[in-house]
Design a protein around this ligand. Structure first.
Ligand SMILES: *Cc1c(COP(=O)(O)O)cnc(C)c1O
Length: 322
């Protein structure tokens, strides 16, 4: 079995992405600090390249390719931020990339992925098995498949987000991180344990898809049907073989928030902090600000994971009556 990544791997990833990934800003809100009687620090990955933290893991994974892998190229299947992360990272490193996307993916996402220079191969998710398709492509063309979360270099890369946060603001009492497949939270938990050992790491999932919460509580990976939620980056069916043991060891708890709370948080970010955050990117902030946890007097970090939401969808969500 693949060895679990460690904080040393996060440090190595930080060196690899330096000068390529943005060092994203940490924003504050005195309104929210007053309301919660706490100090909140928002690590804003919506300002990361391609609009989400996934650039960190994607770039790190590709930077570790040997000469043969670089020549044959990278392969990913995703209709979301991972596709754009691999496409952009590959272009920056002079590597070719093939992205498998469902034929019914939003045209804007297909165009964005092509715009970063990747070859997009469309498949029908009702009649074709994407894992089989990816395996065939990997074999035929010798390409290396980079999964969206369950890969040591991806996890280590994502951990650089929290590493930067702790280095900038110092130790924290809590760190709130959204959870899909668990790549972001497991990497960030490695950084928390190393840089702020007392910090409680809290994962946040959509209410409709609390598979990671169920998994941590039962001690075994629980698989669910694709959940119905506006948090499309957290619609994963289960956590991974690598992310789960790290979460078991280093994550303190997992909480959930409703879609209505995500919308309220999107509105707060737009109105008060003047930033556009996609629904999934609001999970951590929604739990911290609306979750009723006892945060008074505490120093609280929140990873804001991404900002990729098209404006029509954004206005539809935030414009609806609360
Ligand atoms: C992928 C993604 C997540 C979930 O990350 P995992 O590593 O799968 O847990 C959260 N937010 C955004 C914006 C994402 O793109």
């Amino acid at each position: 079995m693949t060895p679990l990544p460690t904080f040393d791997d996060v440090v190595a990833a930080a060196r690899r992405i330096e000068g390529h990934a943005h060092k994203t800003p940490v924003l504050r809100s005195s309104t929210l600090d007053q309301r919660l009687d706490a100090q909140l620090f928002f690590k804003c990955e919506n300002f990361q390249r391609m609009g989400a933290f996934k650039f960190r893991g994607g770039f790190n994974a590709l930077a570790r390719f040997d000469a043969a892998q670089r020549k044959a190229g990278a392969l990913a299947f995703s209709s979301g931020n991972h596709a754009q992360a691999i496409a952009l990272s590959a272009r920056l490193q002079g590597i070719s990339a093939v992205i498998l996307m469902p034929i019914d993916a939003p045209q804007a996402k297909i165009d964005a992925t092509r715009g970063y220079g990747a070859e997009v191969v469309l498949f029908d998710r009702f009649t074709q098995d994407r894992e089989q398709l990816a395996a065939d492509l990997a074999r035929e063309r010798g390409m290396t498949l980079i999964p969206p979360f369950d890969h040591p270099d991806v996890i280590a890369g994502q951990g650089t987000a929290a590493k930067e946060l702790f280095e900038e603001v110092g130790p924290l009492d809590y760190l709130f991180v959204c959870v899909g497949g668990g790549g972001l939270i497991s990497g960030c938990a490695l950084s928390a344990r190393a840089l702020s050992p007392q910090c409680k790491v809290i994962g946040v999932e959509p209410e409709a898809g609390n598979d990671a919460q169920q998994s941590l509580r039962s001690g075994a990976i629980v698989r669910i049907a694709t959940p119905k939620t506006i948090a499309d980056g957290a619609q994963t069916q289960s956590v991974g073989q690598l992310t789960f043991p790290i979460m078991q060891r280093d994550v303190d708890d997992i909480v959930t928030v409703s879609d209505a709370q995500l919308v309220e948080t999107m509105r707060f970010f737009a109105e008060r902090m003047k930033i556009i955050v996609e629904p999934t990117g609001c999970l951590g902030a929604a739990a911290a600000s609306l979750g009723g946890l006892p945060l008074a007097g505490k120093r609280v970090g929140v990873i804001v994971s991404g900002g990729n939401v098209d404006l029509q969808r954004f206005s539809q969500l935030v414009g609806a009556a609360p």
